[in-house]
Design a protein around this ligand. Structure first.
Ligand code: GLY
Length: 603
């Protein structure tokens, strides 16, 4: 019966994606198309010094004329493409991708989490949707403290008390209701099929599930299908190619497909979720679910030269921070200095230092705290923040006024970018917070719950799981949203759609998006090269710059160290970007990060 809902072409497409991935329609051309910022360069530029390349890999972008989908997993990208090819628009594809990620990428894709959407329609009108989780109405400022006022370790990270009220389902319902073209049943169908029929795990999928086995056993007494390998003779360890079938999740998705918001927030799924919370001592109730609503907010729209940055306002800090960074950078000749030349990096680090100090001090849920948005992004204010900048010497972070000490977050979030034939563009970043969230699987419903409560400041001065130290603006309160760093962004050039960008990476999201945008508009890279390019990050405190191996030449390292910068080479990577760029001929370049399973699919 469900299959009858699908159109013929969509049926054909969904039949193909579960077992194999089709090759891209085409790749970037091997020749330079033109000089200047739009050149598409196949060869990898070399630099002086010991590092031969500025790039993590030489992965090529995917080119399509009718639409592009870039996501964290090959199957979800295929789902998005199938929806576009069936006549769906970018929002239809985004909803289908979001639900598909909840099946094939439980690491960060979700029903039990939340996120942010930036949408620009073909006429150029922009919208942003905040479907970030909220604290339960029963949450209190000191809920993670013992009677002596000390933080009870891991309560905001593992188990039932760590979860906020999920926003994803309401967010997708809202987005689809306002902008979708296909039916709700159509866009849900790929996820239903993937959960019911299963899909084949990638190596990364298998490794991720194996890693959390201990927590799953401890927290979920009923066990779950996430613990059952299908390799004959090995029921303990998941392997690449094993089929993961999620029967409870398939039923949940079918209920959502039939009843929409009513099921997740007031129906059977709400009942199962609230029951799971009671069983494990969590706070979320039926009332919390019923009262949850995603919120349309005014997008941040700011100019940088002849570009417009359209990005997410609070509850994410990402948009304000990105605009501050771009405005600090704008007066400097980055292109003349060159990519990651010492002066380029110095200006960017100093901008990051000041921006993260502000983030820590001023930002929180705008429904609860007054944020001086206009002032934070105003050129006059930013000029006052720059008066102590000097090329001769690194600024001392201790001397930069602002809030408290943020730390690093990880890559346990996910981003996707979609553009359709008409030029409607969606940029979505969504998360459970930590990988597989709180590790609580809702009994009978088959999905992971978030551990987003840890993004609040549980106690002033005490770092959260990623080292972030908050303040009153981000203190816990009933029904309040926790501050985020997610930065889904769309860039216009000369009034036309130009780029759709975003990444996971916690506090490093903001600086990865910043670098990726500059790589294209200042350093002439293609979208894929900008994604492949090695990255660095500074966030005020601790006062050091972390960088991917090879991001800085020997000369840049030497010059920065001479000026007092502390540099730390990473053994891991920064960013998992999924982006789309409109090329000068109007076709789309899809760019997916070579650092993981990310995949772009176009047609
Ligand atoms: N949970 C990570 C973020 O929202 O920034």
């Amino acid at each position: 019966m469900l299959k009858r809902i699908l159109s013929g072409s969509l049926l054909l497409a969904v039949g193909l994606y579960a077992c194999k991935t089709k090759p891209p329609v085409s790749t970037t051309p091997a020749v330079r198309e033109s000089q200047g910022v739009y050149q598409y360069v196949e060869e990898i530029p070399t630099r002086t010094g010991t590092q031969a390349s500025a790039f993590f890999s030489d992965k090529k972008g995917v080119v399509g004329r009718n639409g592009m989908v870039a996501t964290a997993h090959p199957i979800s990208s295929e789902v998005g493409l199938s929806i576009l090819q069936a006549g769906g628009n970018a929002v239809d594809a985004a909803v289908a991708v979001h639900f598909a990620l909840a099946v094939v990428y439980p690491f960060a894709g979700n029903l039990g989490g939340g996120g942010f959407m930036v949408y620009r329609d073909q006429a150029g009108k922009a919208y942003t949707l905040d479907y970030r989780e909220k604290a339960s109405g029963r949450a209190t400022q000191n809920m993670y403290l013992d009677s002596a006022g000390n933080v009870r370790p891991s309560l905001s990270i593992l188990g039932h008390l760590a979860s906020g009220v999920p926003g994803t389902v309401d967010g997708m319902v809202e987005a689809h209701k306002r902008f979708g073209k296909l039916t709700w049943a159509q866009v849900l169908q790929p996820a239903v099929d993937l959960a019911a029929n299963g899909f084949l795990l990638t190596d990364r999928d298998a490794t991720g599930l194996n890693r959390i086995k201990g927590d799953l056993l401890k927290i979920n007494p009923d066990k779950t299908y996430f613990l059952r390998s299908t390799t004959p003779g090995d029921t303990v360890t998941w392997h690449k190619g094993d089929r993961l079938v999620q029967t409870d999740l398939a039923k949940t998705l079918q209920r959502i497909q039939t009843r929409g918001r009513a099921d997740f927030y007031e129906g059977e799924t709400a009942r199962l979720l609230a029951e799971e919370m009671r069983r494990g001592g969590g706070l979320i109730t039926e009332d919390d679910l019923k009262n949850y609503h995603a919120t349309w907010r005014d997008p941040i729209q700011a100019t940088y030269k002849n570009y417009k940055i359209i990005t997410m306002p609070p509850t994410s800090s990402g948009g304000v921070a990105l605009v501050q960074l771009m405005r600090f950078t704008e007066p400097y000749p980055l292109r003349k200095w060159g990519w990651n030349a010492d002066s380029t990096v110095q200006v960017m680090i100093e901008a990051e230092r000041r921006v993260y100090a502000d983030r820590s001090k001023f930002l929180g849920d705008p429904d609860f705290v007054k944020i001086p948005m206009a002032e934070l992004m105003s050129p006059d204010y930013l000029r006052t923040r720059w008066t102590d900048f000097s090329f001769a010497r690194a600024t001392d972070s201790k001397a930069v006024r602002g809030g408290t000490i943020p730390g690093y977050e990880s890559l346990e979030t996910t981003h996707f970018s979609i553009v359709d034939k008409e030029g409607n563009a969606v940029s979505i970043t969504t998360t459970l917070n930590g990988g597989y969230g709180s590790r609580v699987v809702v009994g009978g419903a088959g999905f992971f719950m978030n551990n987003e409560m840890d993004d609040f400041s549980v106690k002033p001065g005490v770092p959260n799981m990623f080292g972030l130290i908050g303040n009153q603006a981000n203190a816990i309160a009933p029904n309040k949203r926790m501050l985020s760093s997610m930065t889904p962004t769309i860039v216009e050039k000369d009034g036309k759609l130009f780029m759709v960008v975003g990444t996971p990476g916690g506090s490093t999201i903001i600086t990865s998006v910043y670098q990726t945008i500059l790589n294209v508009i200042e350093h002439g890279m293609s979208m894929q090269q900008a994604v492949n390019a090695l990255k660095f990050h500074h966030q005020w405190l601790p006062d050091k710059t972390i960088f991917e191996n090879g991001a800085f030449s020997d000369n840049t390292v030497l010059k920065l160290q001479e000026r007092g910068y502390i540099l730390e080479k990473l053994t891991n990577t920064l960013g998992r970007m999924d982006c789309v760029m409109v090329r000068p001929d109007g076709s789309y370049e899809g760019a997916s990060d070579p650092r993981a399973d990310n995949t772009a699919r176009g047609w």
